[in-house]
Design a protein around this ligand. Structure first.
Ligand code: MN
Length: 209
């Protein structure tokens, strides 16, 4: 995750809007990136405009210690800052659905901590489809490199003091409803083909370095 600070800028998608078809069509991706994600960026900047003392902090610093924030800013940073953090990681964690599979030390850690890739896929899918209402499912790593799957509601991030988020799946309806309507399971199943494993692997390797 880049250590950007206020004012936050909308990061362009690292691929074309139609690059993820047929899993995610251009209309879905356009609304998700250009409207939903952008709104979180705008709202976060709007809030931080009133707090010069927060403007030098990275997103990770802001989100890693919400209790330290001025009470009047806390809710907006949690929701909008979380929205920025989560979406930047999400869009950067997927790519066109061709030939992706975990390799190297991450593949070994998946086998060690979940039993197999198939078991991992089952666990993350289960977390994604059982997250009640809006939220996220995650592959995260402890500081020691132990992998686990977790869920967060709304735009909450995993506990950044304990865990490094490696891979998020957005299960807000805005991520899939235009294309899949209520079929969240079909969206999640397709999303697995988009995972940019090389990038996820790099996050894990940087953590372990
Ligand atoms: Mn989203």
């Amino acid at each position: 995750m880049r250590d950007e600070t206020y004012p936050f800028v909308v990061q362009p998608l690292p691929y074309d809007y139609d690059a993820l078809t047929p899993v995610l069509d251009a209309a879905t991706l356009t609304v998700h990136h250009d409207k939903h994600y952008k709104t979180y960026v705008d709202n976060l900047n709007h809030t931080l405009a009133d707090y010069p003392q927060l403007q030098k902090k990275s997103l990770k610093e802001l989100l890693g210690d919400l209790d330290a924030l001025p009470p009047a800013a806390r809710k907006s940073v949690r929701n909008n800052g979380g929205g920025v953090f989560n979406h930047e990681l999400y869009f950067a964690s997927i790519k066109c659905p061709v030939g992706q599979a975990p390799e190297g030390m991450l593949a070994q850690a998946i086998d060690r901590d979940f039993g197999s890739y198939a078991r991992f896929k089952e666990r993350l899918t289960q977390a994604a489809i059982t997250q009640f209402g809006s939220g996220w499912a995650w592959l995260v790593s402890s500081r020691e490199g132990r992998l686990s799957v977790t869920q967060t509601p709304n735009q909450d991030v995993p506990d950044l003091k304990e865990f490094t988020p490696l891979l998020p799946v957005d299960v807000w309806e805005h991520a899939y409803y235009l294309q899949y309507q209520n079929r969240r399971g079909d969206y999640v199943d397709g999303w697995f083909d988009l995972i940019h494993w090389k990038r996820v692997q790099r996050r894990y390797e940087e953590l372990m370095a």
